[in-house]
Design a protein around this ligand. Structure first.
Ligand code: DGY
Length: 429
């Protein structure tokens, strides 16, 4: 078996904690929502049963109101902060109090399209849970039916410290009585590759607010310290809803079709709210003040993944993609390298991420931008071939950053090389 394929499978197996997979050892010792989704896709290429177990474990932590939380705590690990006591969600299993980009329906639809009757049966089994999740996102994060999906914490975007959130974070007042706490992330990873302390105080301020109002979504949406719209969550929700619609039709779930169409139509129309004329692209926007972020991110370029925009808007986004990909040989960076706030090594303020590249590739392929899609695909595979399965990478020189032996990077590598993986397993690798 090719060395990297074997390594990818071994990393995922090594991160298996018995029914669920951690993103990486120590830095992230629990089950994360979108990590698990992407990881399930990777596992599926070598063990279909185990891939579904990953998905079922995540769904097992779904709240009664339909939310799938961003972290599931099945034990208490002093190596991670903030742990279950800080979130205090009073759920079983204990979890965090908000969600993460809803990639799950898209991943399951991809599996069903590649899979067999077994996958179809599993998809039928989880379909009501996916419906409940999308219903929750629509109701809790867009209570006025505006078609704009909000996030209540930068962590809900999954792009924790992106400069997109600086506008909303600036307006957060850190209370004098914020509990003192000790970060753990910077004892596992170089602090230059992680969010700053100032940002962490604000992250924890939002958690404190959520905890103190009992994670009541109405209160959080109306009065919480942070409320922004994220092109990432907006476009991922829209794409996942389109995929859910295709899946409903494929599985004969006719009674779900109208409800899903409602989400698709509304969120598609609402996406124009994120169009920043000055940038000529989709940008994050503060929902309290209306202020726009002012740069193209890898999440902006998911507009193709979501299939939104007028012909002029699509042309402008394609031009941004070309310009940015000319400056990065490793796929789409998390912040525009031509913008002064770009930091090539700091987490979501510049680095490239395999999972984002993976969604970017799908979007560019669907949009008929085949040359760009092929480039991001080739660059992502080469990057991992040369640098291994780091959490994220420096877009200037491809240096691997953050946590190492990372499950979702390994999973994306397996999915991008799925023909080789299948051939290698068939040959008894
Ligand atoms: C972390 O701990 O950095 C996570 O990204 C929060 O979900």
């Amino acid at each position: 078996m090719a060395k990297r394929i074997e390594e990818a499978i071994n990393i995922i197996k090594m991160n298996d904690r018995g029914g669920y997979t951690v993103p990486t050892n120590r830095l992230y010792p629990y089950q994360w929502n979108w990590d698990s989704g992407f990881t399930a896709l990777g596992i599926w290429h070598f063990n279909k049963w185990r891939a579904w177990l990953e998905i079922m474990a995540l769904l097992d932590a779904q709240w009664q109101d339909g939310m799938i939380p961003h972290i599931v705590f099945r034990h208490n690990d002093p190596d991670y902060f903030p742990g279950p006591a800080i979130w205090d969600t009073n759920t079983e299993p204990p979890t965090s109090g908000h969600s993460q980009p809803p990639v799950l329906a898209s991943i399951i639809w991809r599996i069903v399209q590649m899979g067999t009757e077994y996958d179809k049966r599993k998809a039928i089994e989880v379909f009501p849970k996916l419906m409940a999740y999308h219903r929750w996102f629509s109701a809790a994060r867009d209570p006025k039916n505006s078609g704009v999906i909000s996030i209540i914490h930068p962590w809900e975007s999954g792009r924790d410290n992106c400069p997109d959130w600086d506008i909303g974070m600036r307006n957060i007042v850190v209370p004098d009585n914020l509990e003192s706490y000790a970060r753990r992330d910077t004892s596992h990873v170089d602090s230059d590759q992680r969010p700053t302390q100032e940002q962490y105080d604000r992250f924890i301020t939002i958690v404190k607010f959520g905890r103190e109002c009992g994670w009541d979504n109405q209160t959080i949406h109306a009065e919480g310290p942070f409320l922004m719209a994220d092109p990432g969550v907006q476009f991922i929700f829209l794409r996942a809803s389109r995929d859910l619609l295709a899946m409903a039709q494929h599985l004969g779930m006719d009674m779900a079709v109208d409800e899903i169409r409602g989400w698709v139509d509304r969120v598609e129309a609402g996406s124009d709210f994120l169009w920043n004329e000055e940038v000529g692209g989709y940008c994050a926007r503060d929902l309290r003040t209306g202020q726009f972020s002012d740069a193209i991110t890898n999440a902006s370029t998911l507009s193709f993944f979501a299939d939104v925009g007028s012909p002029e808007q699509r042309a402008s986004m394609a031009a941004h993609c070309r310009r940015i990909l000319d400056a990065s040989s490793f796929g789409m960076p998390s912040w525009d390298p031509d913008h002064p706030a770009f930091e090539s090594q700091r987490y979501w303020r510049g680095p490239v991420w395999a999972i984002m590249n993976h969604m970017v590739i799908s979007g560019l392929e669907d949009a008929g931008l085949a040359d760009l899609a092929a480039r991001v695909r080739r660059d992502t595979i080469n990057l991992i071939d040369e640098r291994g399965m780091a959490e994220y990478f420096d877009p200037r020189d491809g240096d691997g950053l953050g946590g190492m032996d990372f499950s979702w990077t390994a999973a994306i590598y397996l999915d991008l090389n799925k023909t080789e993986v299948a051939a290698s397993l068939a040959a008894g690798g």
